[in-house]
Design a protein around this ligand. Structure first.
Ligand code: 13P
Length: 259
């Protein structure tokens, strides 16, 4: 179980940075952070699969306080699934967190709620922690169906997980209209949905799980808006895309408390 909701700031690099660039970025990030940061905040980086082994090696040889993360996985341990990567392969690289159900996977690659739930369960089975993503489109927000969409994704994503697993995992609320657009949800709107998600978690897995699950906000998080988002009572971290590619910007987000 993590400390009582220690913030988790995660950098999702998506399909950016080859393994040389990834090594440089993680080294720069580690120089910019200190021991106080590690006490205050958990940090993870989620490079492309081809970078994982290289980034693992620098993180471990330099004893960095940065956790390794992946962006996706398959739900089976092995088999004839050309192009897929199995959770035990990630665990072998000391990957700690695996993003499941990112909106880009759902929208561009057709992942269903059921697929995402299988992935979440497989990540736990391999002794890693899933970061389960949810979030509405602009049309859904304008039609006032944000809560229905997010509740459906979260309930489906948490199916068949134990209460302890739910309490130990991470849910990321990422409104799709805020991803890569420079348009951030206001801190109040982000809090409203993250608070709603905590209520859904409580109804699925009980109050203890809801009190310890970490809920991240994602969608155009930048150095200049991180502190306000992180000040919200139900926002326990950030899932950062574009701004995590630059070590300076990402370190400023990690150090939001000094802003
Ligand atoms: P941006 O921070 O680039 O908006 O991306 C958010 C995201 O999708 C992180 O998973």
């Amino acid at each position: 179980m993590p400390d009582a909701r220690k913030p988790l700031i995660s950098g999702n690099w998506k399909m950016h940075h080859n393994h040389f660039e990834a090594i440089q970025t993680v080294q720069k990030l580690s120089y910019a952070l200190d021991a106080e940061d590690a006490l205050a905040v958990d940090v993870s980086v989620h490079p492309p699969f081809t970078d994982l082994r290289s980034v693992q090696t620098v993180i471990e040889s330099d004893k960095m306080d940065i956790a390794l993360g992946a962006q996706n996985c398959h739900w089976e341990d092995k088999g004839a699934f050309t192009g897929e990567v199995a959770p035990p392969m990630l665990a072998k690289l000391n990957v700690k967190y695996v993003i499941v159900g990112h909106s880009e996977r759902r929208e561009l690659f057709g992942e269903t709620d059921d697929d995402v739930n299988r992935k979440a369960r497989a990540v736990f089975a391999a002794e890693m922690t899933p970061i389960l993503c949810c979030g509405e489109t602009l049309d859904e927000r304008e039609a006032s169906t944000t809560e229905a969409k997010v509740e459906g994704q979260v309930r489906a994503g948490l199916a068949k997980l134990s209460k302890d697993q739910v309490g130990a995992m991470v849910v990321a609320y990422e409104p799709i209209w805020a991803i890569g657009t420079g348009r951030t949800a206001s801190a109040e709107d982000a809090q409203a949905v993250c608070g709603f998600i905590r209520g859904v978690v409580s109804s699925v897995a009980g109050a203890d799980a809801a009190a310890s699950v970490r809920i991240q906000y994602g969608g155009s998080v930048k150095p200049n808006n991180a502190a306000e988002l992180m000040a919200q009572p139900d926002i326990d971290g950030a899932l950062v895309g574009g701004a995590s590619l630059d070590a300076d910007d990402f370190s400023k987000i990690v150090r939001y408390r000094l802003a």
